[in-house]
Design a protein around this ligand. Structure first.
Ligand SMILES: [Zn+2]
Length: 150
């Protein structure tokens, strides 16, 4: 049976199984809240069998780059990415958190060199996968992904 919830857009990307309440962060981390001109929808607290509730993001005519897929995996490692063509799912991708995360989220430490106006991009080492925990490669502080400001 086709999953109507994920196949309603004609072409683009559906990010499914996002933990409830994190859908907006997914949109922000993909920088789609501004400057994305195609249809973008966010479904929150959808009933799901796998999680109790989930968020879903649907972006028409959008293909995620590898960097974008990696950034989604930082805040929603349980999500799945569905590539939609002609109303059908042509590919499903499970996310895999990379060992290092660069330029995706800022270091929450205000004294970190990455926050002092230096031309240094935030870089984190992934120290734990579940729950996602990151260590800043500059100030060496550790943060849970849920504490990060997106
Ligand atoms: Zn830092």
């Amino acid at each position: 049976m086709p999953d109507l919830k994920v196949s309603k857009i004609s072409n683009g990307t559906v990010i499914d199984h996002i933990p409830p309440g994190r859908g907006l962060d997914v949109i922000k981390i993909l920088r789609m809240e501004r400057g994305f001109d195609n249809t973008l929808s966010l479904l929150m607290n959808v009933e799901s069998s796998r999680l109790e509730k989930k968020d879903i993001v649907k972006a028409e005519d959008k293909e995620l780059t590898k960097e974008e897929v990696d950034s989604v995996s930082v805040i929603a490692p349980s999500a799945t990415i569905n590539i939609i063509e002609d109303y059908g799912v042509v590919e499903k991708k499970r996310l895999r958190l990379p060992d290092k995360v660069e330029g995706v989220v800022d270091c929450p430490n205000p004294h970190c060199v990455t926050n002092t106006g230096e031309p240094v991009e935030a870089l984190f080492e992934v120290v734990n996968q579940n729950p996602v925990e990151l260590k800043c490669s500059y100030c060496e502080r550790k943060f849970k992904a849920l504490e990060l400001e997106i």
